[in-house]
Design a protein. Structure first.
Length: 276
């Protein structure tokens, strides 16, 4: 990863922002004279890469952590409670703490949910057979399922391969489904128990909601379920960019990718009404 013999080394999981980090590092070096080496590892391999890099003599000076893995690396954190970056936060509650130690300060807040192609969804609304006529009406799972089912039933007329992009089982989609989507049910467990850290036990209260949305993904998709085992995240992104599907589960980090490809789209952040 890093080839530095001195200076700073930043290991990030945000592969899609590598160019921006390098540009920022160049400005920092120009201002301070301190060289900064930027390296990235994709989210599905990041923890293993971080473990390997931290074991080296020239370990990362800075590295990314998230809510999931924060407690895995407590031996490496410097307390940031006295730093300006911590004090300058509008809401310090977003900082990650190990007891009283501020181990990580957020530099970006991202959202994920269902991205939709505005042009294609409007084509659905304008169709005589469409039961739903406005995006504002899609504020619960039942309505979303109605829209997706009807698009799937009329996919040839819509000019798409499916309502949703392929929900591939390849490891490149683990972050989307095993992490982001699964966390919605876990969030409501936390909310119900009134806790901010992992509770001693969780129930299966919201598992059926997880199953419902994932069943929708694979039943109203661009490819048959028998082909999902080999489908990748790149496949899903390509299908959406090419206008082969109306919906894609992804996040705010993907907006630039599809904007460049001129796919008019918006994103629903997951909320309780859509989930339940």
């Amino acid at each position: 990863m890093s080839t530095l013999t001195k200076g700073m080394y930043f290991l990030s999981m945000k592969v899609e922002q590598q160019d921006q980090f390098k540009e920022l590092a160049e400005k920092f070096t120009k201002k301070t004279g301190i060289q900064v080496d930027i390296a990235t590892a994709s989210s599905d391999t990041y923890e293993q890469s971080l473990k390997s890099e931290l074991a080296k003599s020239e370990a990362p000076t800075l590295f990314d952590v998230g809510n999931n893995d924060f407690l895995n690396w407590t031996n490496y954190y410097a307390d940031m409670s006295g730093t300006n970056i911590y004090k300058d936060q509008e809401n310090p509650d977003y900082a990650l703490k190990d007891g009283d130690t501020v181990g990580a300060v957020p530099y970006v807040m991202e959202r994920y949910g269902i991205i939709y192609n505005k042009k294609l969804l409007q084509k659905y609304f304008d169709s005589s057979w469409a039961s739903i006529k406005s995006v504002d009406s899609i504020n619960n799972f039942k309505t979303l399922k109605t829209v997706a089912d009807e698009i799937q039933a009329h996919k040839d007329e819509m000019g798409v391969k499916g309502a949703f992009t392929s929900a591939g089982f390849d490891t490149s989609s683990i972050k989307r489904f095993g992490d982001q989507l699964a966390h919605i049910s876990v969030y409501y467990e936390y909310r119900d128990q009134g806790v901010t850290q992992m509770p001693a036990t969780i129930s299966d209260k919201y598992v059926s909601n997880f199953k419902n949305i994932f069943d929708l993904y694979i039943n109203d998709a661009t490819i048959p379920k028998t082909q999902l085992a080999s489908a990748t995240m790149d496949d899903a992104n390509s299908e959406f960019a090419l206008g082969e599907a109306v919906f894609l589960q992804n996040g705010s980090w993907a907006i630039r990718r599809f904007a460049i490809k001129r796919s008019p789209m918006k994103i629903w952040a997951y909320c309780q009404s859509i989930w339940v």
